[in-house]
Design a protein around this ligand. Structure first.
Ligand SMILES: O=C(O)CCC(=O)C(=O)O
Ligand SMILES: [Fe+2]
Length: 225
C-alpha cells in the first residue's frame, strides 16, 4: 500500500522546506506586527524621470510576519522556457489579484496606506500583490523592468515591502551607466516611481555571502506587472 502523503514536504517538491531553515527571530521577538507612518519617506531622484522612495523599517514585527508568510502562503515553484529547455525560476512566487484576500491583514493595511499616501501622484490605488521568496543567496531576480502591461508605456509605481534577511536591490539606467544598491529587509519600504520601470532596470543579484531568506511583497496598480 502506498501512503502518498507520508514524509512529504508541506509545500511539495521545491517548496520552502527544501532549502529554507526557519529561524527564531533575534530581531523583533514579541514585537507586534504593524506599520509606522509614511511621513519619513525619503526620495532619491534617479534621472530620466525615474525616482525611488525609501523608508527603512516601515513595518514593525517584520521577522514575525516573515515567518507567518513563509509558512502560510501557497508558494509556487515556477519554470520558464529557455531556448529548447525549461529552467527553474530561482525564487518561489505567489500572486494576489486585486480582489483576493491578502495573506495577512497588515498587508491590506499597507496597501491602503500606500494608496492614500501616493494618490495625489499616482492617481489610482495599488491593487495587486506579488510575493517572492528568496530562500538563500542562490535565489535572485535578473535585471528587468516591470514592463508587462502599462509599465512599458506610462509612468507608474511599484511599492515593495521586504521582510526577513536583507538582500541588495540594484538599479541601473536601461541605457547603461553605473548601478545603485540598496539593501532591503526587516520591514523596509521601497517605492519605484515615475519612469523607473521603462528607463531603469532593477535586480536582486545572487550572492555568495551567507544570506538568510527574504520575502518581498510588491504592490502594483491594476494592469501593471
Ligand atoms: O524582490 C524584490 O524586491 C524585487 C522583485 C521584483 O523586482 C519583481 O518581482 O518584479
Ligand atoms: Fe521587478
Amino acid at each position: 500500500m502506498s501512503a502518498p502523503h507520508q514524509g512529504r514536504e508541506p509545500h511539495g517538491p521545491g517548496g520552502p522546506g527544501d532549502r529554507l531553515a526557519l529561524q527564531g527571530s533575534l530581531f523583533d521577538q514579541g514585537e507586534d506586527i504593524g506599520l509606522g507612518t509614511l511621513a519619513g519617506v525619503r526620495r532619491t531622484v534617479l534621472g530620466d524621470g525615474a525616482w525611488i522612495d525609501l523608508l527603512p523599517g516601515w513595518l514593525t514585527g517584520a521577522d514575525a510576519l516573515f515567518e507567518r508568510l513563509a509558512e502560510e502562503v501557497p508558494w509556487r515553484a515556477e519554470r520558464r522556457r529557455m531556448y529548447d529547455d525549461t529552467v527553474a525560476v530561482p525564487r518561489l512566487l505567489a500572486f494576489y489579484d486585486a480582489d483576493d484576500l491578502l495573506p495577512h491583514p497588515v498587508l491590506e493595511e499597507a496597501r491602503t496606506s500606500l494608496s492614500r499616501h501616493y494618490a495625489p501622484e499616482l492617481g489610482e490605488p495599488f491593487a495587486t500583490a506579488g510575493l517572492c521568496l528568496y530562500r538563500d543567496g542562490r535565489d535572485s531576480v535578473a535585471w528587468h523592468g516591470d514592463r508587462i502591461g502599462r509599465g512599458s508605456r506610462e509612468d507608474t509605481m511599484v511599492a515593495i515591502v521586504s521582510v526577513g534577511a536583507p538582500r541588495d536591490l540594484l538599479l541601473r539606467p536601461r541605457g547603461g551607466g553605473s548601478s545603485i544598491r540598496r539593501p532591503l529587509g526587516h520591514g523596509d519600504l521601497v517605492v519605484m516611481g515615475g519612469s523607473c520601470q521603462r528607463t531603469w532596470e532593477h535586480a536582486i543579484p545572487k550572492t555568495a555571502r551567507a544570506a538568510g531568506p527574504r520575502i518581498s511583497i510588491q504592490f502594483r496598480p491594476r494592469g501593471v506587472r
